[in-house]
Design a protein around this ligand. Structure first.
Ligand code: DGL
Length: 270
């Protein structure tokens, strides 16, 4: 049983994208110890089958449970759509599981009644139709237009953004007629907050761009308070594991968490 206040928060993604969520969690909950797992060996998740992502997620959950995590945050929309129900059941007695989709659904339910929303994400997330099903289930008269944008996560993972080519790729996707006339755009991939500025610039700041990092951090905080699991450790030491070491991952990790971050290698299969 890992559910003790001093135990860490486990966070995982296919790569660096989940760091946008980890960053929001660290800002909102600075006394929580973070154990991050980037499954760089299997990136991108967006092109993988549901069963492959489920298998990776279970392996990662085992690592995070071994590290004593009291909560597992699936900081990846592709894994949240493919493996949330399975993981919740799998770790049921030891840890609580939070995904990145439900907090965003709750947010749009409160703030976008009667609106037309656009959504961009990986093929896995878009094909799962999970956002459409959940939004229709709200009966708030919200219309959702979704578009798979598979080039974006690998582009960001390579550190390839804020340049002319990335702006053109983004513009090519966002000019799809399917995303015309929307009141807000949901970034349904945790890599995309890293290009949020470029996306907002494409819309000249006139369309709201929603990313899930902050709402997920808030939902984690609500859970920890409700369960009496908030940590009060003064200087928690965070750990960052990758299933395959890459330089771009190390560089991005430092951008988010400072120069003292040390990446540790942890293979999922031997
Ligand atoms: N960051 C992930 C997501 O939110 C996965 C991107 C990928 O690995 O394809 O979907």
């Amino acid at each position: 049983m890992n559910k003790q206040p001093e135990n860490p928060i486990g966070i995982f993604d296919s790569g660096i994208g989940g760091l946008t969520v980890a960053h929001a969690i660290r800002n909102l909950l600075p006394h929580e110890k973070i154990v991050y797992f980037g499954d760089t060996a299997h990136l991108p998740y967006g092109d993988k089958s549901e069963s492959a992502i489920q298998a990776y997620s279970v392996k990662i959950a085992n690592v995070l449970l071994e590290k004593g995590c009291k909560v597992i945050v699936i900081a990846c929309h592709s894994a949240s759509s493919a493996a949330y129900e399975l993981l919740k059941e799998y770790v049921r007695h030891e840890a609580h599981v939070i995904n990145v989709i439900d907090p965003m659904i709750a947010y749009v339910s409160e703030n976008f009644t009667g609106s037309t929303l656009g959504l961009i994400g990986t093929k896995r997330t878009v094909q799962s139709d999970i956002y459409t099903k959940k939004i229709n289930g709200l009966t708030k008269n919200i219309k959702l237009n979704t578009l798979a944008t598979p080039l974006l996560a690998p582009m960001i993972e390579e550190g390839f953004f804020n340049n002319q080519i990335s702006r053109e790729i983004i513009a090519q996707y966002l000019s799809d007629p399917h995303l015309g006339k929307i009141d807000a755009l949901i970034l349904a991939c945790t890599h995309y907050p890293l290009i949020k500025k470029e996306i907002s610039e494409y819309y000249l700041g006139k369309t709201v761009v929603l990313d899930s990092s902050l709402v997920v951090a808030r939902s984690l905080k609500d859970y920890l308070i409700a369960e009496g699991l908030l940590n009060s450790a003064p200087y928690p030491e965070n750990h960052f594991y990758v299933s395959d070491y890459t330089e771009s991952f190390e560089t991005s990790t430092k951008l988010f968490f400072g120069q003292n971050v040390r990446l540790e290698s942890h293979r999922l299969w031997n």
